[in-house]
Design a protein around this ligand. Structure first.
Ligand code: G1P
Length: 294
């Protein structure tokens, strides 16, 4: 397990959580998608636990309308009886709002004063990284970033070829080992145009140069300002971008739509330390019985 301060001096993380969650209606009518539980915790808590485990101290949540439940959940004084003290509770939370969601790059831009010209982590609030690795993904990214000091370090995972149009897809410079540099990154390419099937996986370490790049990009896919396009601009200008692959024992759970949310909830509930074994037995029986009825 990595400990605070082991990898680098990067102490700040930015968590964009301003998306409207329209793909999860009606579950998100009056609560943010980041508050949907995955197993026994809301998604946002999984994300901030990952951030705390990588040694960061300060977190800026970028939210929007109807997202106050996130602030309440992360409040130090929120009733946490039975939970005990946990490392994420020592994080200092700051809150900023992106009133009109105009894309991930636009959300990141809100963080400029918070980051105060220091490199920082971006961890998407609707993505959970499940990791059984000795050194978790974010800690590996921080050490690679400290070693090479590129303009950005991006987590990537392999996705099915026919799903590349849902992600930012990278073009590796050579062989895509566990750490590699890229020559391009494209937001949501069609399967025919995708340079690989390695997709940006919701975790980034960024140098402050990204803010200037964001100011110089135009709206891209979906009419939104895409972080991918800002990274692409940095590459075009000769900057280096490093990618860190998710290990075999790691994967990303995305709660952005019902199918992936259901999968995420099932996976972490079936793995629950207290009820997982019984739930798995129940699920096997239930699936067998319901299969017979069809
Ligand atoms: C965002 C990014 C994309 C990335 C994806 C998963 O897309 O724009 O590059 O691959 O998250 O982390 P979204 O899921 O918001 O459409």
């Amino acid at each position: 397990m990595a400990h605070a301060g082991d990898e680098t001096s990067i102490a700040k993380a930015v968590v964009p959580a301003a998306g409207r969650g329209t793909r999860l209606l009606p579950a998100t009518r009056s609560q943010p998608k980041e508050m949907l539980p995955v197993g026994r915790k809301p998604t946002i808590q999984h994300v901030v636990e990952e951030i705390a485990a990588a040694g960061m101290r300060q977190v800026l949540l970028i939210s929007g309308q109807g997202k106050r439940a996130i602030e309440d959940h992360l409040d130090r004084n929120t009733n946490s009886s039975g939970e005990g003290h946990q490392p994420w509770m020592d994080l200092h939370f700051f809150h900023a709002r992106q009133s009109t969601p105009r894309g991930l790059a636009d959300a990141v831009a809100v963080a400029e004063p918070f980051t105060a010209s220091e490199p920082f982590v971006v961890a998407l609030g609707d993505s959970i990284i499940v990791s059984h690795s000795r050194v978790p993904l974010l800690s590996r990214m921080l050490s690679e970033h400290a070693k090479r000091r590129p303009a950005a370090t991006v987590a990537v995972e392999e996705v099915p070829h026919d799903a590349v149009d849902r992600y930012g897809i990278v073009a590796p410079k050579g062989k895509a080992d566990s750490v590699f540099t890229i020559e391009d990154i494209v937001e949501k390419p069609s399967p025919g145009e995708a340079p690989s099937n390695l997709a940006a996986a919701g975790r980034y370490v960024l140098e402050p140069a990204v803010f200037d790049a964001i100011r110089r990009i135009e709206p891209g896919v979906g009419g939104e300002l895409q972080l991918t396009d800002a990274l692409r601009l940095l590459l075009k200008e000769g900057k280096e971008i490093v990618c860190v692959r998710l290990h075999k024992g790691e994967h990303r759970l995305d709660i952005g739509n019902f199918l992936s949310y259901f999968r995420a909830f099932l996976e972490l509930s079936l793995a629950d330390s207290e009820h997982g074994a019984e739930l798995r037995r129940w699920a096997r029986t239930w699936l067998r019985r319901s299969g017979k009825k069809q």
